[in-house]
Design a protein around this ligand. Structure first.
Ligand SMILES: [Zn+2]
Length: 62
């Protein structure tokens, strides 16, 4: 299985991270936008690698 891409947060995403604007979620949840599991979405490069980026822009910790 290929590694998921690991983008660096944009300034806008960094602001959300700094503000604690993210939620805990189960990796088995299904994305409402693309229908894939949350586990199949990209997560940030370190040091924000604990956050996964969903298609609608929401950040979740799996
Ligand atoms: Zn998605």
């Amino acid at each position: 299985m290929p590694l998921r891409p690991r983008p660096t947060p944009t300034p806008e995403q960094l602001a959300k991270i700094d503000a604690g604007d993210w939620q805990r979620a189960g990796g088995g949840c299904v994305c409402e936008t693309c229908g894939k599991l949350y586990y199949d979405h990209p997560y940030f490069a370190e040091p924000s690698e604990f956050l996964t980026i969903l298609c609608d822009g929401d950040l979740v910790k799996l």
